[in-house]
Design a protein around this ligand. Structure first.
Ligand SMILES: Cc1ncc(COP(=O)(O)O)c(C=O)c1O
Length: 380
């Protein structure tokens, strides 16, 4: 096993800075990217890449792109996604799509309501374009109503569903209520659905609900969290015609398009998923979640905070132990988990005593990591 010397973190970095430290370790349980082994049928797709390349060269980009879109959106039941020119903008990653959305919004508004907690590169990108962020507690999305005063202050509400790190999914009924409220106040409803693929409860047709509500909306879809494709991925920025944001202009300021080879690969992975690969992936993640829960069972003050989550990450409550103490002790064994303070971007103290474990990993590595975590938690 490679021995990695990690510098002690004096100041709490952002989540991605923690993830960098883990990148070279075989016991990287840190980032939420897919790092499990390819299935046999996915390996065959990788062997097909030269022929996908040859095919992509021959065909018009628009055709290659339309095929990828239809395979991916169809896989998750998103049949009513808009088909018109410029409605689905392909980006190198969902963060690039996010940046384009943020820059577009900053031209027409100075504030946005943002789900709390969520992955911290979302607030960081939004702050980076000068927007003022107003936290919207995750609970409100599932039970309450948006604060009427908030709705008069913001240009958009941004919701991650399924959320990272909690895995909570906004149901169809709740999305309808939230979208109708956004329509009433003429506030854009923006969704990050990067973790959609893991949870069938997020496979109802969101675009039908958004369109019926009459609200202005934006959705960021992502192929990047599902399949172990070595960071070859697409972030799709989707919007209706009358969204009232200069998304296409800002897109054109940043990129021309995503590689047709990547699009063809995404199409093939989506087809494979439709043919049984998706159910296999769901079983795989469920198996890894059970493995982690069994490995940490019955430890004092340890709890699994998201019992219903199907996302490829698992939050572990570690009680009164300090995140940094546990993180440091784990990293001495080259095991890397993610301390959760930064997910609580408006109140980091609420993430103390919580670690996030990545589940999209080879089970053997996950088992070693979880056993090490058990030892560390028993000693601290
Ligand atoms: C919910 C969510 N959205 C967006 C991103 C950014 O993804 P990427 O790094 O592929 O751009 C992440 C990263 O983990 C995420 O968790």
């Amino acid at each position: 096993m490679t021995v990695i010397q990690s510098p002690p973190l004096i100041e709490m970095g952002n989540l991605t800075q923690y993830e960098y430290l883990a990148l070279n370790s075989p016991l990287n349980l840190s980032d939420g990217h897919a790092r499990q082994e390819l299935t046999p049928s996915q390996s065959r797709i990788i062997e097909e890449l030269p022929s996908l390349w040859a095919d992509a060269i021959k065909r018009p980009v628009s055709e290659v792109e339309a095929d990828a879109r239809s395979a991916f959106f169809g896989l998750f039941g998103q049949h009513s996604y808009p088909r018109g020119e410029g409605r689905v903008l392909a980006c190198y990653s969902s963060s690039v799509a996010m940046e384009i959305f943020a820059r577009s919004l900053a031209g027409v508004s100075d504030a946005i309501g943002l789900i709390h907690p969520t992955f911290d590169n979302i607030p960081d990108i939004l702050r980076g374009v000068g927007l003022r962020l107003v936290p919207v507690e995750e609970e409100v999305l599932h039970e309450g109503e948006f604060d009427p005063y908030l709705m008069t202050q913001v240009g958009a509400i941004f919701v991650t569903t399924p959320n990272n790190p909690t895995g909570r999914v906004v149901s169809e009924e709740r999305l309808r209520i939230l979208a109708e409220q956004c329509a009433m106040y003429d506030v854009v409803l923006a969704l990050d659905t990067c973790f959609r693929g893991f949870d069938t409860r997020a496979h109802y047709d969101h675009y039908a609900v958004l369109e019926e509500s009459g609200c202005r909306w934006v959705v960021i879809e992502d192929t990047g969290k599902l399949w172990p494709t070595l960071e070859l991925k697409i972030g799709w920025l989707v919007s209706p015609e009358h969204v009232g944001l200069p998304l296409e202009k800002v897109y054109s300021d940043i990129l021309l398009g995503v590689s047709p080879l990547v699009m063809s690969m995404v199409r093939r992975f989506a087809e494979d998923a439709a043919g049984g690969g998706l159910a296999e992936l769901h079983d795989f993640i469920a198996g890894n979640r059970a493995l982690v829960r069994a490995a940490l069972a019955d430890l004092p003050e340890v709890e699994f905070l998201d019992p219903d989550s199907r996302a490829s990450v698992e939050r572990v409550g570690i009680g009164s132990r300090s995140n940094l103490a546990v993180w440091s002790a784990l990293s001495e064994h080259n095991v890397f988990a993610l301390p959760c303070q930064k997910f609580f971007w408006a109140d980091s103290a609420r993430g103390e005593g919580i670690l996030r474990i990545a589940l999209a990993r080879p089970p053997a590595a996950l088992a070693i990591g979880a056993a090490t975590l058990r030892t560390v938690l028993s000693e601290i």
